[in-house]
Design a protein around this ligand. Sequence first.
Ligand code: CU
Length: 332
Amino acid sequence: MRVAAFWTWVLLGCFMGMGCAQAPLSMLPPQGPGAAGIADLWWVLFWATGIPAVAVILFTLFLFLRRRRPDPDRLVVGDDAFIIGGGILLPAAVIAILLTTSVRTGGEVAHPSREPALTIDVIGHQFWWEVRYPAHQITTANEIHVPAGEPVRLRLASADVIHSFWVPRLHGKIDTVPGKVNTFWIEADRPGAYRGQCAEFCGVQHALMGFWVVASPRASFEAWLADHRRPAAEPATEAARRGRAVFEDAGCSVCHVVQGHTDPTAGQTAGPDFTHLARRRTLGAARLPNDREALAGWIQDPHAFKPGVRMPATALAPGDLHDLLDYLEGLR
Ligand SMILES: [Cu+2]
Protein backbone atom coordinates (compact mmCIF):
# COMPACT_ATOMS: atom_id res chain seq x y z
CA MET A 1 0.00 0.00 0.00
CA ARG A 2 2.73 2.46 1.04
CA VAL A 3 4.91 1.42 -1.86
CA ALA A 4 2.00 2.03 -4.27
CA ALA A 5 1.40 5.48 -2.77
CA PHE A 6 5.10 6.32 -3.08
CA TRP A 7 5.30 5.42 -6.77
CA THR A 8 2.02 7.24 -7.49
CA TRP A 9 3.57 10.42 -6.12
CA VAL A 10 6.79 9.89 -8.05
CA LEU A 11 4.86 9.36 -11.31
CA LEU A 12 2.61 12.34 -10.62
CA GLY A 13 5.70 14.47 -10.01
CA CYS A 14 7.20 13.34 -13.33
CA PHE A 15 4.00 14.15 -15.23
CA MET A 16 3.79 17.55 -13.60
CA GLY A 17 7.43 18.19 -14.45
CA MET A 18 6.85 17.20 -18.07
CA GLY A 19 3.77 19.41 -18.21
CA CYS A 20 5.80 22.34 -16.94
CA ALA A 21 8.39 22.04 -19.64
CA GLN A 22 5.90 21.84 -22.53
CA ALA A 23 2.90 23.95 -21.53
CA PRO A 24 2.84 27.28 -23.38
CA LEU A 25 2.47 29.14 -20.08
CA SER A 26 5.56 27.58 -18.52
CA MET A 27 8.45 29.93 -17.70
CA LEU A 28 10.96 27.12 -17.51
CA PRO A 29 12.18 26.99 -21.07
CA PRO A 30 12.87 30.77 -21.13
CA GLN A 31 12.82 32.36 -24.59
CA GLY A 32 13.88 35.90 -23.80
CA PRO A 33 16.56 37.58 -21.67
CA GLY A 34 14.03 38.67 -18.99
CA ALA A 35 12.66 35.16 -18.54
CA ALA A 36 16.20 33.70 -18.64
CA GLY A 37 17.21 35.72 -15.59
CA ILE A 38 14.06 34.65 -13.77
CA ALA A 39 14.56 30.98 -14.70
CA ASP A 40 18.14 31.08 -13.37
CA LEU A 41 16.81 32.46 -10.09
CA TRP A 42 14.15 29.72 -10.08
CA TRP A 43 16.86 27.04 -10.23
CA VAL A 44 18.87 28.67 -7.43
CA LEU A 45 15.70 28.69 -5.27
CA PHE A 46 14.99 25.09 -6.25
CA TRP A 47 18.38 23.75 -5.19
CA ALA A 48 18.91 26.05 -2.20
CA THR A 49 15.60 24.97 -0.68
CA GLY A 50 15.37 21.45 -2.16
CA ILE A 51 18.69 20.14 -0.83
CA PRO A 52 18.07 21.23 2.81
CA ALA A 53 14.48 19.93 2.62
CA VAL A 54 15.62 16.48 1.46
CA ALA A 55 18.42 16.47 4.06
CA VAL A 56 15.98 17.23 6.88
CA ILE A 57 13.55 14.53 5.71
CA LEU A 58 16.33 11.93 5.46
CA PHE A 59 17.69 12.88 8.87
CA THR A 60 14.23 12.61 10.45
CA LEU A 61 13.78 9.19 8.85
CA PHE A 62 17.16 8.12 10.13
CA LEU A 63 16.32 9.17 13.70
CA PHE A 64 12.95 7.50 13.42
CA LEU A 65 14.43 4.17 12.32
CA ARG A 66 17.11 4.28 15.04
CA ARG A 67 14.75 5.26 17.83
CA ARG A 68 15.24 3.50 21.20
CA ARG A 69 13.43 3.43 24.45
CA PRO A 70 14.35 6.66 26.30
CA ASP A 71 16.73 6.06 29.17
CA PRO A 72 15.51 8.31 32.02
CA ASP A 73 19.03 8.50 33.47
CA ARG A 74 20.53 9.91 30.24
CA LEU A 75 18.34 12.74 29.07
CA VAL A 76 20.56 14.46 26.53
CA VAL A 77 19.04 17.78 25.53
CA GLY A 78 21.18 18.40 22.50
CA ASP A 79 24.50 18.88 20.94
CA ASP A 80 25.41 22.61 20.92
CA ALA A 81 27.47 22.42 17.74
CA PHE A 82 24.64 20.65 15.95
CA ILE A 83 22.06 23.19 17.08
CA ILE A 84 24.22 26.19 16.14
CA GLY A 85 25.30 24.67 12.83
CA GLY A 86 22.01 23.17 11.67
CA GLY A 87 19.65 25.58 13.35
CA ILE A 88 21.35 28.95 12.83
CA LEU A 89 24.32 28.89 10.44
CA LEU A 90 22.83 26.67 7.73
CA PRO A 91 19.49 28.53 7.51
CA ALA A 92 21.35 31.87 7.62
CA ALA A 93 23.58 30.79 4.73
CA VAL A 94 20.62 29.56 2.68
CA ILE A 95 18.63 32.73 3.31
CA ALA A 96 21.66 34.87 2.43
CA ILE A 97 22.00 33.04 -0.91
CA LEU A 98 18.29 33.45 -1.65
CA LEU A 99 18.30 37.13 -0.72
CA THR A 100 21.39 38.13 -2.68
CA THR A 101 20.45 36.20 -5.84
CA SER A 102 16.87 37.48 -5.88
CA VAL A 103 17.93 41.09 -5.33
CA ARG A 104 20.58 40.77 -8.04
CA THR A 105 18.15 39.15 -10.51
CA GLY A 106 15.54 41.82 -9.76
CA GLY A 107 18.04 44.50 -10.77
CA GLU A 108 19.24 42.63 -13.84
CA VAL A 109 15.83 41.98 -15.40
CA ALA A 110 14.37 45.42 -14.62
CA HIS A 111 15.90 46.98 -17.73
CA PRO A 112 16.77 45.68 -21.21
CA SER A 113 20.41 45.53 -22.33
CA ARG A 114 19.81 48.39 -24.79
CA GLU A 115 17.30 51.17 -25.36
CA PRO A 116 14.11 49.81 -27.06
CA ALA A 117 13.40 51.28 -30.48
CA LEU A 118 9.67 50.51 -30.31
CA THR A 119 6.99 51.44 -27.75
CA ILE A 120 3.67 49.61 -27.50
CA ASP A 121 0.74 50.59 -25.29
CA VAL A 122 -1.17 47.73 -23.73
CA ILE A 123 -4.47 48.44 -21.98
CA GLY A 124 -6.17 45.79 -19.88
CA HIS A 125 -9.97 45.58 -20.19
CA GLN A 126 -12.38 43.12 -18.61
CA PHE A 127 -11.57 40.59 -20.28
CA TRP A 128 -9.29 41.39 -23.21
CA TRP A 129 -6.20 43.39 -24.15
CA GLU A 130 -6.15 46.52 -26.26
CA VAL A 131 -2.83 46.96 -28.08
CA ARG A 132 -1.70 50.26 -29.59
CA TYR A 133 1.36 51.27 -31.61
CA PRO A 134 1.38 55.03 -30.92
CA ALA A 135 4.08 55.86 -33.49
CA HIS A 136 2.16 54.05 -36.25
CA GLN A 137 -1.50 54.79 -35.34
CA ILE A 138 -2.28 51.08 -35.15
CA THR A 139 -4.81 49.61 -32.73
CA THR A 140 -5.40 45.89 -32.39
CA ALA A 141 -6.32 43.39 -29.69
CA ASN A 142 -5.03 40.32 -27.88
CA GLU A 143 -2.07 39.96 -30.22
CA ILE A 144 1.19 41.86 -29.82
CA HIS A 145 3.52 41.78 -32.79
CA VAL A 146 7.17 42.50 -32.07
CA PRO A 147 10.49 42.18 -33.90
CA ALA A 148 12.48 39.15 -32.65
CA GLY A 149 15.80 39.74 -30.92
CA GLU A 150 15.00 43.36 -30.01
CA PRO A 151 13.79 44.77 -26.71
CA VAL A 152 10.37 46.43 -26.90
CA ARG A 153 9.11 49.00 -24.40
CA LEU A 154 5.59 48.42 -23.05
CA ARG A 155 3.43 51.05 -21.38
CA LEU A 156 0.73 49.28 -19.44
CA ALA A 157 -2.55 50.81 -18.33
CA SER A 158 -6.01 49.64 -17.36
CA ALA A 159 -9.47 50.70 -18.51
CA ASP A 160 -11.22 49.34 -15.43
CA VAL A 161 -9.72 47.18 -12.67
CA ILE A 162 -6.25 45.84 -11.90
CA HIS A 163 -5.00 43.23 -14.37
CA SER A 164 -1.56 41.74 -14.69
CA PHE A 165 0.36 41.28 -17.91
CA TRP A 166 2.36 38.07 -18.10
CA VAL A 167 4.15 36.25 -20.91
CA PRO A 168 5.94 33.54 -18.90
CA ARG A 169 8.47 32.59 -21.59
CA LEU A 170 9.55 36.20 -22.13
CA HIS A 171 9.49 37.97 -18.76
CA GLY A 172 7.87 38.33 -15.33
CA LYS A 173 4.51 39.84 -14.42
CA ILE A 174 3.55 43.47 -14.32
CA ASP A 175 0.22 44.87 -13.14
CA THR A 176 -1.95 47.23 -15.14
CA VAL A 177 -3.37 49.68 -12.62
CA PRO A 178 -6.25 52.14 -13.24
CA GLY A 179 -4.99 55.73 -13.38
CA LYS A 180 -1.36 54.70 -13.67
CA VAL A 181 1.04 53.81 -16.49
CA ASN A 182 3.60 51.11 -15.73
CA THR A 183 6.61 50.82 -18.00
CA PHE A 184 7.99 47.38 -18.80
CA TRP A 185 9.87 45.61 -21.56
CA ILE A 186 9.89 42.26 -23.32
CA GLU A 187 12.23 40.64 -25.79
CA ALA A 188 11.97 37.32 -27.64
CA ASP A 189 15.23 35.64 -28.58
CA ARG A 190 13.79 34.01 -31.68
CA PRO A 191 10.73 34.36 -33.94
CA GLY A 192 7.72 32.49 -32.58
CA ALA A 193 4.37 32.83 -30.84
CA TYR A 194 4.39 33.18 -27.07
CA ARG A 195 1.27 32.79 -24.96
CA GLY A 196 0.37 35.48 -22.43
CA GLN A 197 -2.23 35.56 -19.70
CA CYS A 198 -3.84 37.97 -17.25
CA ALA A 199 -2.25 37.10 -13.91
CA GLU A 200 -4.35 39.15 -11.49
CA PHE A 201 -7.93 38.13 -10.72
CA CYS A 202 -10.06 40.77 -12.45
CA GLY A 203 -13.57 39.33 -12.62
CA VAL A 204 -15.50 36.27 -13.79
CA GLN A 205 -13.61 35.77 -17.05
CA HIS A 206 -10.14 36.44 -15.67
CA ALA A 207 -9.03 32.92 -16.58
CA LEU A 208 -10.01 33.47 -20.24
CA MET A 209 -8.14 36.74 -20.63
CA GLY A 210 -5.30 35.47 -22.74
CA PHE A 211 -3.22 36.88 -25.58
CA TRP A 212 -0.30 36.06 -27.86
CA VAL A 213 2.99 37.79 -28.49
CA VAL A 214 4.11 37.11 -32.06
CA ALA A 215 7.81 37.76 -32.71
CA SER A 216 8.99 37.85 -36.31
CA PRO A 217 12.19 38.82 -38.11
CA ARG A 218 12.53 42.59 -38.55
CA ALA A 219 11.47 42.58 -42.22
CA SER A 220 8.24 40.62 -41.62
CA PHE A 221 7.49 42.81 -38.64
CA GLU A 222 7.87 45.92 -40.83
CA ALA A 223 5.49 44.33 -43.35
CA TRP A 224 2.97 43.69 -40.54
CA LEU A 225 3.22 47.35 -39.50
CA ALA A 226 2.72 48.55 -43.06
CA ASP A 227 -0.33 46.28 -43.54
CA HIS A 228 -1.92 47.37 -40.30
CA ARG A 229 -1.45 51.08 -40.85
CA ARG A 230 -3.92 50.94 -43.71
CA PRO A 231 -7.58 51.65 -42.94
CA ALA A 232 -10.04 48.78 -43.39
CA ALA A 233 -10.47 47.22 -46.84
CA GLU A 234 -13.63 48.20 -48.70
CA PRO A 235 -16.16 45.34 -48.81
CA ALA A 236 -15.38 43.32 -51.94
CA THR A 237 -18.74 41.65 -52.56
CA GLU A 238 -22.40 42.59 -52.51
CA ALA A 239 -22.97 40.39 -49.42
CA ALA A 240 -20.06 42.04 -47.58
CA ARG A 241 -21.49 45.46 -48.46
CA ARG A 242 -24.81 44.43 -46.92
CA GLY A 243 -22.86 43.05 -43.94
CA ARG A 244 -21.32 46.46 -43.37
CA ALA A 245 -24.84 47.86 -42.95
CA VAL A 246 -25.75 45.01 -40.59
CA PHE A 247 -22.69 45.92 -38.51
CA GLU A 248 -24.10 49.44 -38.08
CA ASP A 249 -27.76 48.43 -37.67
CA ALA A 250 -27.10 45.67 -35.12
CA GLY A 251 -25.17 48.14 -32.95
CA CYS A 252 -21.76 46.49 -33.28
CA SER A 253 -20.20 49.85 -34.17
CA VAL A 254 -21.21 51.20 -30.76
CA CYS A 255 -18.36 49.19 -29.25
CA HIS A 256 -16.13 48.16 -32.18
CA VAL A 257 -14.08 50.47 -34.41
CA VAL A 258 -13.40 49.70 -38.07
CA GLN A 259 -10.97 52.43 -39.20
CA GLY A 260 -12.37 54.06 -42.32
CA HIS A 261 -15.84 52.50 -41.91
CA THR A 262 -17.18 53.48 -38.50
CA ASP A 263 -17.76 57.01 -37.23
CA PRO A 264 -14.27 58.35 -36.36
CA THR A 265 -15.70 60.75 -33.77
CA ALA A 266 -17.55 58.12 -31.73
CA GLY A 267 -14.48 57.20 -29.66
CA GLN A 268 -15.49 53.57 -29.00
CA THR A 269 -13.16 51.69 -26.70
CA ALA A 270 -15.61 49.22 -25.17
CA GLY A 271 -14.62 46.39 -27.53
CA PRO A 272 -11.63 45.33 -29.67
CA ASP A 273 -10.75 47.27 -32.84
CA PHE A 274 -11.85 45.38 -35.99
CA THR A 275 -9.89 47.19 -38.71
CA HIS A 276 -7.85 44.03 -39.40
CA LEU A 277 -9.93 41.53 -37.41
CA ALA A 278 -9.60 38.73 -39.97
CA ARG A 279 -5.81 38.66 -39.62
CA ARG A 280 -5.84 37.85 -35.93
CA ARG A 281 -5.38 34.25 -34.87
CA THR A 282 -7.95 34.18 -32.07
CA LEU A 283 -11.29 35.60 -30.95
CA GLY A 284 -12.34 36.53 -27.43
CA ALA A 285 -8.82 37.01 -25.97
CA ALA A 286 -7.36 33.66 -27.11
CA ARG A 287 -10.63 31.88 -26.31
CA LEU A 288 -11.51 30.65 -29.84
CA PRO A 289 -9.72 30.18 -33.15
CA ASN A 290 -10.54 32.94 -35.61
CA ASP A 291 -12.64 31.04 -38.16
CA ARG A 292 -16.12 31.51 -39.61
CA GLU A 293 -17.79 28.96 -37.36
CA ALA A 294 -16.36 30.43 -34.15
CA LEU A 295 -17.17 33.95 -35.35
CA ALA A 296 -20.83 32.99 -35.99
CA GLY A 297 -21.13 31.26 -32.61
CA TRP A 298 -19.50 34.14 -30.75
CA ILE A 299 -21.67 36.86 -32.33
CA GLN A 300 -24.90 35.00 -31.57
CA ASP A 301 -23.98 34.12 -28.01
CA PRO A 302 -20.58 35.23 -26.65
CA HIS A 303 -21.69 34.15 -23.17
CA ALA A 304 -21.66 30.52 -24.28
CA PHE A 305 -17.87 30.84 -24.59
CA LYS A 306 -17.17 33.45 -21.91
CA PRO A 307 -20.03 33.74 -19.42
CA GLY A 308 -20.20 37.30 -18.11
CA VAL A 309 -18.37 38.77 -21.11
CA ARG A 310 -18.95 42.52 -21.72
CA MET A 311 -20.71 41.98 -25.04
CA PRO A 312 -24.41 41.35 -25.58
CA ALA A 313 -25.70 38.36 -27.55
CA THR A 314 -27.18 39.40 -30.91
CA ALA A 315 -30.03 37.55 -32.59
CA LEU A 316 -29.70 37.94 -36.37
CA ALA A 317 -31.68 36.55 -39.28
CA PRO A 318 -29.59 33.83 -41.03
CA GLY A 319 -29.17 36.03 -44.13
CA ASP A 320 -27.96 38.99 -42.06
CA LEU A 321 -25.55 36.79 -40.13
CA HIS A 322 -24.14 35.42 -43.38
CA ASP A 323 -23.61 38.94 -44.74
CA LEU A 324 -22.08 40.14 -41.47
CA LEU A 325 -19.63 37.20 -41.47
CA ASP A 326 -18.66 37.99 -45.08
CA TYR A 327 -18.01 41.59 -44.05
CA LEU A 328 -15.94 40.67 -40.98
CA GLU A 329 -13.92 38.08 -42.89
CA GLY A 330 -13.04 40.76 -45.42
CA LEU A 331 -11.42 42.94 -42.70
CA ARG A 332 -7.90 41.78 -43.52
CU1 CU B 1 -7.59 40.28 -15.99
